[in-house]
Write a protein that binds this ligand. Structure first.
Ligand SMILES: [Fe+2]
Length: 480
């Protein structure tokens, strides 16, 4: 029996109400002197709202966390994201807007009205990014929320400069340094539903639509893939009849149906012309996260953390997690070879057949290109939840792991050593819950050896969050 069996991970789903800092954290070990930026993260922190409790991990009210590094020291601060959803929930004593798997009671009339004039959630608890020079928190609607990277003060919705429409979006845009933009996508839901890929220029100029594709039953897609020339929509067979969203009384994700007969569809779009180059169908699978993708001759190599089906979503309901139940679903690191020609079948191979999630790469050096290292969280043998950090050398076929009994690490964010051109030369930053003590700490690991360099303990626990990013330059206060 491992330590993680004896210590429940459920402490990671206890509400955090306190807002602190910025305050210096006591450091054990040594943070690299070159680490002089800021790690900004978001995640659900409040699941009990008034007398109600949200249904799902993805529904908790968003909190921002900031770790700032300078001269081997680190400061920490946290603030709730003061979104419309947050303020309305505080005023009402219950969630006021429909979330991923929790929906406030509505009459049919209110629901129809909401679709035509949607009150989308802006509870941005999934990721942090930079749109047109502004730091934003993201969720899976078209309402990113800006915040001040120094003070964590919420600044209001990100105002798109171009009209890309849509209701559902993603919190995992891709950055294309060569083209000076991020790529993302939205879904128009209605009688004529469409996927729409678009670009967000780094210089703040208007968003522009790259490609559109009509779709009868849109899929739930949490991320997509990018190569140097192409954008790839991986359409998992978890799909919705848009009319159900108008007429059915179920929360958002409960309207989606797993339909394995549809298979797994890859749609490859040219970044510059918007042309749909080719579509392929493979055996059904589900995923949240793409890892990386690149062109290799006449095919695209595409790595994804795949599940056999979408049951992982059900296992992440809060009632299961607060009971400390074992995550039964297994996310496997899977490689697909997707031909650029129509008449060749997709091939695939499982690189790692164990529970993995929250993958990261050395993005600035290898995104959309051939690469070697994947960092992620994993589940130890006998473990109930994600309880280790892994690095895969997918060329050498080697794996290293970091773990500590009773501790549950979050997403390992790779930070490159400034000036180095070598993939993987840098450190990992991960927020780890010490479940025995009910406290979280930030750990810094050498990215390749996973040797611990330093840790800094927070004044409280941090509920399990999803994603964040490291901003290497001292962040400038955003314009309000
Ligand atoms: Fe994600």
């Amino acid at each position: 029996m491992t330590g993680s069996d004896r210590v429940s991970y459920a402490a990671g789903f206890v509400d955090l109400d306190s807002e602190v800092g910025p305050l210096p954290l006591e450091v054990r070990g040594r943070f690299p002197d070159w680490l002089t930026g800021t790690l900004l993260r978001t995640g659900p922190a409040k699941f009990d709202v008034g007398a109600t409790t949200v249904n799902h991990w993805f529904d908790g009210l968003a909190m921002l966390h900031r770790f700032s590094f300078a001269g081997g020291a680190v400061t920490y601060a946290n603030r709730f994201l003061n979104s419309d959803s947050y303020r309305e929930a505080a005023a009402k004593g219950a969630l006021a807007r429909g979330e991923f798997a929790t929906d406030p009671c509505r009459t049919l009339f209110q629901r129809v009205a909401a679709v035509f004039s949607p009150q989308l959630t802006d509870n941005c608890n999934v990721n942090v990014d930079c749109f047109g020079g502004e730091i934003v928190a993201l969720t899976e609607t078209t309402l990113p929320v800006r915040f001040d990277a120094e003070t964590l003060q919420t600044l209001g919705h990100y105002a798109a400069r171009g009209d890309v429409g849509g209701m559902v979006s993603i919190a995992h845009p891709h950055h294309d340094a060569k083209r000076g933009c991020r790529f993302s996508y939205v879904v128009d839901l209605g009688r004529r539903s469409k996927y729409r890929l678009f670009a967000i220029p780094d210089d703040g100029s208007p968003e522009r639509i790259v490609a559109e594709m009509p779709v009868e039953k849109p899929a739930y897609m949490h991320s997509f893939a990018m190569t140097e020339r192409y954008l790839v929509l991986t359409e998992f067979p978890l799909v919705v009849d848009p009319l159900r969203l108008l007429l059915c009384a179920a929360p958002f994700i409960r309207n989606y149906r797993w339909d394995p007969e549809m298979g797994l569809r890859f749609h490859i779009f040219d970044k510059d012309t918007g042309q749909l180059v080719v579509s392929h169908v493979a055996e059904a699978a589900f995923a949240f996260h793409h890892v990386n993708a690149y062109e290799d001759g006449d095919e695209i190599v595409l790595d994804v953390i795949t599940y056999d089906d979408a049951s992982i979503i059900d296992q992440l309901y809060l009632s299961h997690l607060r009971a400390g139940e074992t995550l039964a679903a297994t996310g496997r690191l899977t490689r697909y070879w997707v031909p650029l020609a129509a008449d060749t079948p997709v091939d695939s191979n499982v690189i790692a057949d164990e529970m993995l999630e929250l993958p990261r790469i050395d993005y600035d050096r290898v995104a959309a290109r051939p690469y070697r290292y994947v960092w992620c969280t994993g589940r130890r043998a006998g473990g109930a939840f994600l309880d280790m950090i892994l690095v895969f050398d997918i060329i050498a076929g080697e794996t290293r792991a970091w773990s500590q009994d009773g501790c549950f690490p979050g997403e390992p964010v790779f930070v490159a050593r400034p000036g180095s051109e070598t993939e993987g030369d840098g450190v990992l930053l991960s927020v780890v819950l010490d479940a025995r003590r009910g406290l979280s700490f930030l750990i810094v690991l050498d990215a390749l050896t996973l040797e611990e360099l330093a840790r800094a303990e927070c004044p409280h626990h941090i509920p399990f969050s999803f994603h964040g990013n490291y901003f290497p330059e001292p962040t400038q206060p955003a314009a309000s």
